[in-house]
Write a protein that binds this ligand. Structure first.
Ligand SMILES: [Fe+2]
Length: 390
């Protein structure tokens, strides 16, 4: 963790948040107060078809505002090509803002399209850090899964089909203006998405907490995220879908996103990318397969800061930070198991040695994330973890 008494540290949070049961119904009034009446609306297809409340929110917006153009997005892992194909739907409409209602992918699409309204050229030309020149249209984000934290971060991740790589448009201009956390938007969320999105948020929480670039402030968010996510994911794994569980998971995922963007991702997050690109594994699920192994590796090599997190959710007395960290690793393995997260890669199609090599070689392109791990994590550690799960 960075020591602010000895080195420069930075903390950013630029998104206003509103949360509460039924808060999404206030969306037309919020936009009207900002004098935004011409809206590009991106709604997740599954959500629009299966969640009556979400459909009502979208339809009310269309009735109340002057001009709302809606795109129903059925694109679980969005590509740069998809952005180029759909930008024409909104071009020349002189929009005031974009609204995204859906999971992380849908929110990313809204952010990507908001960028393309003010920046010419192919979407993929903005892939990377700091490529966006002109300020995008503002984005209002309503998450329908508790996972990516996209509603508060400046990242929008897309697959580059030409290069076979998954990498975002990452720009300081891309923070959503407003995030609305409404538990009713989770009403149609399938169990498997509760699990994979929840463990994505847990991955953000834990990897941001241990990251070398973590700061005292980012750790406040990591800890709060963990405190919200751990017990409520257990409740969700047991089938509880109360308003409190949904709101706590949404808020936990948001705090995890804030922590992540202020510290940096780690090995599990990086290892998830080749699984997504080559085997179509949803991002959250892909990262969570690796998370317990990374924690176990850190603990076995003497990392003990997990004890701080263990103390937040467990009052069981045990003597040393090393013991608490070891129990913490077990607790995450158990949670992962309760949520039905796979413990091996074969089910995703990673079957041959060539498959494993492809994941290893591609992961190594994300060395910056490995360097964030508090214990040295290089190619041999990547190989050990990938082969252990194969
Ligand atoms: Fe993630």
């Amino acid at each position: 963790m960075k020591d602010y008494l000895k080195e420069k540290t930075r903390f950013v949070m630029k998104t206003e948040t509103l949360m509460g049961d039924g808060i999404a119904k206030e969306l037309p009034d919020v936009l009207a107060a900002w004098e935004w009446s011409r809206v590009g609306l991106v709604v997740d297809g599954g959500l629009y078809r299966h969640n009556d409340y979400a459909r009502q929110v979208a339809e009310t917006l269309r009735q109340r505002l002057e001009h709302v153009t809606m795109l129903i997005a059925d694109m679980p892992e969005p590509t740069y090509d998809y952005l180029d194909q759909t930008r024409g739907v909104f071009a020349d409409l002189d929009l005031d803002c974009f609204v995204g209602i859906g999971g992380g992918s849908t929110l990313d699409i809204a952010k990507g399209l908001a960028t393309l309204m003010t920046n010419e050229g192919a979407a993929v030309s903005y892939r990377g850090f700091g490529k966006v020149k002109n300020t995008p249209l503002p984005v209002v984000a309503l998450p329908s899964t508790a996972g990516t934290g996209s509603e508060v971060t400046p990242y929008a991740v897309f697959i580059d089909t030409q290069q076979q790589w998954k990498f975002g448009i990452n720009s300081e201009h891309n923070y959503p203006k407003l995030a609305l956390y409404d538990p009713r938007l989770l009403d149609s969320c399938p169990d498997r998405i509760y699990a994979s999105a929840g463990m994505d948020a847990m991955t953000h929480t834990l990897e941001s907490f241990v990251a070398r670039n973590a700061t005292v402030v980012s750790r406040m968010f990591s800890k709060q995220a963990f405190k919200l996510l751990f017990p409520n994911l257990k409740r969700a794994a047991g089938g509880e879908r109360s308003t409190a569980v949904k709101l706590n998971l949404l808020l936990g995922a948001g705090c995890a996103g804030v922590a992540l963007m202020n510290s940096g991702a780690g090995p599990a997050g990086a290892l998830s990318y080749p699984l997504g690109v080559y085997y179509d594994v949803p991002h959250g699920l892909a990262g969570s397969v690796f998370l317990p192994a990374v924690i176990r590796y850190n603990v076995e090599n003497g990392y003990t800061d997990y004890a701080e997190l263990y103390d937040l959710v467990c009052d069981e007395a045990c003597a040393t930070a090393a013991e608490k960290s070891s129990r913490f690793a077990e607790a995450i393995e158990q949670l992962s198991d309760e949520l039905g997260i796979p413990t091996e890669l074969g089910g995703f199609g990673v079957k041959t040695d060539e498959d494993s090599r492809r994941i290893i070689d591609h992961s190594m392109q994300l060395k910056a994330a490995f360097e964030q791990n508090p214990i040295t994590f290089g190619q041999s550690e990547v190989e050990r973890i990938v082969y252990a799960l194969s």
